[in-house]
Design a protein around this ligand. Structure first.
Ligand code: M6R
Length: 610
């Protein structure tokens, strides 16, 4: 059961794995560097005893390389306590020195191991009887600095599991076996136990949960005060997290994009072309008071933010700044009560984004989260939330979550324009109509991907691929380059096409593939002609041009070595359709290169450390 849970969390990215069980008063464990298959081999040669309490972990190396000895669980010197840990214990060096001064020999290079030794000592000091392991966990958590989720088991407590959470994800699952016996789960996300139960409990910051065979679930804060956890039901099931006949989760998720967009729009578009965002818990007055917006996020979610800027500024005339979360709080941004900070995160657990949101709240700004994972930390700590309903995204590379994020940003922008009276009702209604057409437009793009795949196969040996775009096509170029880098390990860069002559054009050589995202020739603010010139400029210098252009755009035909057509879509909404061929292209190139599309090397799905 534990291995199965780890399998379901594989998508988060890892480089070693391990497991520990308590049976008949003894703790047994196994761990191995590499994929779960390596651990399974170890377990086949040396099976662990049957048990009803077990913990498991997949580790993404931070302190210490991805080796057998650094894999979790970490077991205390006497072999009584096993600990698994996500996050970083920032004061581990001083704690380790303290343990070493007390004669403890460490058997790994991790920050985690200190927790196993400290817990053993704290357990010895805790009063005997019920709740002793939880009391020990509280004692050590009060000393730990940084972000962590810890789960611990003790040989003397065969009916108990204890876990702690600070700024790192942890959810509890409450289920029932076939014969009606209660069963409990802990996981970094619900995917770990979704095959067993959809009933979950949310834990807050700085909380300890004890799971006991008879007493069930008890939650306290680090001081020991009782806390009532919030129960919720997961609105997707195990089938939603299966590959459903596709070779890769990513392919399935690309195919699910029309539905992801439709579900994100569902219930939010009114019959009269108006927007209904009741769930955004900011009053109309608060929305009217906003005089500046920051969009803060990481990776692909950052690209969604860049697209949001064009739409929100155009529709609302409120200035929008977009920033990567890891930079935001360190440069002391100017924020106050009338600033709206929109944080975008698929997982809702990205540490950089979470820290940026906390900084924004400290500065009294209002925070609105756009998030895909229900019950995750970022929406919980935000003033308001708009969920993208993309369903579980398992592949490390974000696809359907990205398109849903863009759509959610459109909803926010248009809603602000509606509430602030920046657009007439019929103008809002016209854009709403365009939004409604997006799922079909994406479905149409998906039906014509055979040529893109063939193109992908022909690009498998490329050393470098460049992506060019202007206006909203620029963030799409950045996203196309990111997808290619993370999936195919090919050097790729996205440029604003207008910047070409200011430097980047120097890298173009004979045969360099250059992907160009061409804006609609019909839009009022069109820079179409300029981009067509850019295609000619790179082609004249030997580039192999791959052109993504609207149906009917004949201007690009003479200069396109490869032409990928997308349906006509209003300029601001075009990224939703133009991104799709770039996802398929990157996926095909990676597959042709024989790479693991769903779990690219060195990457984690959710980056829960800074
Ligand atoms: O869960 P989040 O949206 O906060 O994640 C942000 C980035 O880590 C994520 O988008 C990452 O860049 C993906 N690997 C992109 O495919």
């Amino acid at each position: 059961m534990v291995l199965q849970g780890l399998r379901r969390l594989e998508y988060r990215g890892y480089d070693s794995a391990g497991i520990a069980v308590v049976a008949e008063g003894e703790l047994s464990s196994a761990k191995k560097a590499g994929k779960l298959a390596n651990l399974e081999k170890v377990l086949a040669d040396r099976p662990l005893p049957a048990a009803t309490v077990g913990i498991g972990h997949t580790r993404w190396a931070t302190h210490g390389g991805p080796t057998d000895r650094n894999a979790h669980p970490h077991v205390s010197t006497g072999g009584d306590v096993a600990v698994v840990h996500n996050g970083i214990i920032e004061n581990f060096a001083s704690l380790r020195a303290e343990c070493e001064a007390a004669g403890i020999e460490f058997s790994s290079d991790t920050d985690t191991e200190v927790a196993a030794h400290l817990l053993t000592a704290a357990y010895a000091d805790a009063p005997e009887g019920e709740g002793r392991l939880a009391e020990a966990m509280r004692a050590i958590c009060r000393r730990l600095e940084g972000a962590f989720t810890l789960v611990a088991t003790h040989a003397a407590e065969p009916d108990t599991l204890v876990a702690a959470r600070r700024s790192s994800p942890l959810v509890v699952g409450v289920g029932e076996t076939a014969d009606g016996t209660a069963e409990y789960f802990l996981g970094s996300d619900v995917a770990a136990f979704i095959g067993h139960t959809r009933n979950a409990l949310e834990l807050g910051q700085d909380q300890i949960v004890q799971i006991d065979r008879t007493a069930g679930v008890t939650v306290t804060d680090f001081a020991g005060a009782a806390v009532e956890p919030t129960a919720y039901t997961v609105d997707w099931d195990a089938a939603a997290a299966e590959k459903g006949g596709y070779d890769w989760f990513m392919l399935k998720e690309i195919a699910e994009q029309p539905k992801a967009i439709a579900d994100t729009l569902l219930g939010r578009l009114g019959d009269h072309g108006n927007l209904i965002l009741d769930e955004v818990r900011l009053s109309d007055q608060e929305l009217r008071d906003i005089d500046k917006i920051f969009v803060v996020s990481c990776g692909t979610s950052f690209h969604a933010g860049l697209i949001a800027k064009y739409a929100i500024e155009h529709w609302t005339r409120i200035p929008v700044e977009v920033e990567v979360a890891s930079e935001f709080r360190y440069r002391d941004p100017v924020l106050d009560r009338s600033t709206l900070v929109i944080v975008i995160s698929q997982s809702g657990e990205t540490m950089d984004t979470l820290m940026a949101l906390r900084h924004a709240k400290e500065q009294k700004a209002r925070v609105l989260a756009i998030c895909n994972a229900n019950g995750s930390t970022i929406p919980r700590e935000s003033d308001a939330v708009l969920y993208t309903h993309a369903g579980p995204e398992i592949a490390v590379a974000s696809t359907k979550a990205f398109l849903s994020q863009i759509v959610a940003c459109y909803l926010v922008g248009l809603f602000l324009a509606q509430v602030r009276g920046m657009k007439y009702e019929d103008e809002v209604a016209a854009i709403v109509e365009d939004l409604r057409k997006l799922p079909d437009a994406v479905a149409q793009v998906l039906t014509g991907m055979d040529e893109v795949r063939a193109l992908g196969r022909s690009l498998a040996d490329a050393d470098t691929v460049l992506f060019l775009g202007r206006h909203v096509g620029f963030p799409v170029a950045l996203e196309g380059a990111l997808k290619l880098k993370e999936l195919a390990y090919i050097h790729a860069e996205g440029f604003a096409a207008g910047e070409l002559k200011h430097g980047p054009i120097a890298v173009i050589d004979q045969g360099t593939p250059v992907v160009v995202i061409v804006p609609s020739p019909h839009s009022r603010e069109s820079v179409h002609g300029k981009v067509v010139s850019n295609i000619q400029e790179v082609r004249a210098r030997g580039a192999r041009t791959i052109v993504i252009a609207e149906e009917g755009d004949e201007d690009v035909v003479p200069y396109a070595d490869h032409l990928i057509r997308v349906p006509r879509t209003p300029t601001l909404l075009a990224p939703v359709v133009t991104t799709v061929p770039l996802q398929v292209l990157a996926c095909e190139i990676a597959t042709t290169r024989g790479l693991d599309v769903d779990q690219p090397r060195n990457l984690a799905k959710s980056v829960t450390v800074e």
